[in-house]
Design a protein around this ligand. Structure first.
Ligand code: ATP
Ligand code: MG
Length: 499
């Protein structure tokens, strides 16, 4: 007897004004299996998930069942069922509330006499629950003050809450690992395996293909809203999966070095932060310097320290001899640009158009006779949309309607366009698909060739090895190694990070 599928959806389409995001897509998730849902940026993954969660309605004709019971995706009741738990790509947390309150948002608080919230119980419960996925931070501080990785854990904990002990049901994780430290990914995978062993079905979205091979049993590939392949992960190779996703083989990301780095553009002397200790750094024009390190090594705070978005405990930063005060606006005036890791919070204005988001930091070249020329602005933004392979490349669309990876491309375009003397990028390809990654690496390389000094902070050692001329490894706040030339590889970076 064939076990009833946890989820069976057929002919799911979704038309947004001017765009078909899903086109007769189907997906079957079986009990006790992890199903990877993969595809390029904008291929429709999150849209399908949002339909299942009841956030969007599917176009007429969609059919679906959950554990053998019919699901009405067209009427929009997908998410009403308690058997579907979702961790969304944008996490859906309220930053001003703490972890306990965020965990309670979905299900409501446990109340006692006269409906009073039992805070002690709530706190204890949240602590225990978070601890099972390796999260040991203060549950009473606003989640906005947590690190991105910690925030991901809160969202994960919420999706994992109230999971029936007897199994059954569907857990959906939309790029849960995009902002997670590797150790937290390990905890996430443990939780996923636990849930799978109880007979639940899990949908897992990630652009990191090694994760797909590590955790998933089955896969479905979306391209332009259509399912182009589906099957068992065991039948795939890394290369065949890339070809299915991108629709073509992609060339190996070649390592380019910029041997002829020019004059120093940025000097950092004795820089201290909350974790970073006594960093000295010289970045030359035309050079790409990478920073590696675990969460808490100082790597994750360095971009904001350079840009002056977090307080420097001590030390100085200068660009071309001019001091850069600890103030983002003044840092920009001094010639620095930062592509931040959290595009939603710091990198963009969701309810404005792509045009406005991209052009805003540098309007001067778009002025004509003292006024902003819409014609020049449109042409310029269209050029940048093309350069970063924005999909769809429509400058008048609202930024928030772009898929996650395309939002990231737009934020990169926004800051590259300012041609700063020093470009700092924090997790530049977070949420970006395998094809567009090499485009972004190419743009970073080109920025260096044009004479910018570039600093790349990343948790992906392959990325650092591929794009950087040299990589500085931070451990416990200190620079402990500098790798370049033949000593620079993804493996040597990881070795130094963990030593
Ligand atoms: N609210 C909306 N209005 C208009 N178009 C939208 C809206 N939401 C999504 N889209 C479009 O639907 C398409 C699919 O987007 P979706 O977010 O599902 O992609 P995705 O596969 O999750 O990509 P990513 O890997 O970048 O997260 C995209 O082209 C996107 O621009
Ligand atoms: Mg998505």
């Amino acid at each position: 007897m064939i076990a009833t599928a946890v989820l069976n959806v057929e002919k799911v389409s979704k038309t947004f004004p001017g765009q078909i995001a899903l086109d007769h897509a189907s997906l079957v998730v079986n009990p006790g299996r992890v199903h990877a849902l993969v595809g390029q940026n904008g291929s429709g993954k999150s849209t399908l998930i949002k339909i299942l969660a009841g956030y969007h309605r599917a176009d007429d004709g969609a059919k679906a069942s959950l554990l053998g019971k019919e699901l009405d995706l067209v009427g929009g009741t997908g998410g009403v069922t308690e058997r579907i738990h979702v961790m969304h790509q944008d996490l859906g947390l309220v930053n001003s509330l703490n972890s306990v309150e965020n965990l309670a948002l979905g299900r409501g608080f446990h109340t006692g006499f006269l409906g009073r919230v039992r805070w002690k119980d709530e706190n204890a419960r949240a602590k225990v629950h978070l601890a099972t996925i390796g999260a040991n931070f203060d549950t009473r501080i606003p989640v906005g003050t947590l690190t991105p990785s910690e925030r991901s854990l809160v969202a994960l904990a919420r999706a994992l809450e109230g999971w029936d002990d007897d199994g059954g049901g569907l857990l959906i994780l939309d790029e849960p690992t995009a902002a997670m430290a590797r150790l937290d990914v390990t905890h996430l995978f443990e939780a996923v395996r636990r849930i799978r062993s109880r007979g639940a079905g899990v949908v897992f979205v990630s652009h990191r293909l090694d994760e797909v091979f590590e955790i998933a049993d089955d896969f479905t590939v979306l391209r332009d809203g259509k399912v182009v392949a589906s099957g068992a992960v065991a039948d795939l190779t890394h290369e065949s999966l890339i070809e299915l996703i991108v629709g073509r083989a992609i060339a190996d990301i070649g390592t380019t070095t910029h041997e002829h780095a020019g004059e120093p553009v940025m000097e950092v002397r004795n820089l201290w932060g909350a974790q970073l200790e006594a960093l000295d750094l010289t970045v030359r024009a035309g050079e790409i310097v990478g920073f590696a390190g675990l969460v808490g090594s100082g790597r994750d705070e360095l971009p904001n320290l350079l840009f002056g978005a977090t307080n420097r405990a001590a030390g100085s930063v200068s660009i071309k001899g001019n001091p850069v005060p600890a103030d983002p606006h003044l840092a920009m005036c001094a010639g620095m640009a930062l592509v931040p890791a959290e595009r939603k919070r710091f990198g963009s204005i969701g309810h404005q158009t792509i045009r406005e988001n991209v052009s805003l930091p540098r309007l001067r070249p778009l002025m004509s006779r003292g006024r902003l020329s819409r014609r020049l602005e449109r042409a310029d933004v269209a050029k940048w949309a093309d350069r970063v392979e924005l999909r769809p490349a429509e400058p008048e669309r609202l930024f928030e309607t772009l898929s996650g990876g395309n939002q990231q491309k737009a934020v990169i375009a926004r800051w590259l366009r300012t041609s700063p003397s020093v470009l700092v990028l924090d997790e530049p390809t977070q949420g970006v698909d395998v094809g567009a990654k090499s485009t972004i690496y190419g743009l970073i390389g080109q920025a260096a060739t044009e004479g910018m000094g570039v600093v790349v902070c990343s948790s992906e050692s392959e990325e650092l090895a591929a794009v950087c001329d040299r990589v500085i490894v931070l451990r416990n706040g200190r620079a402990v190694a500098e790798l370049h030339g033949s000593s620079l590889s993804a493996e040597s970076i990881v070795q130094q990070m963990l030593r």
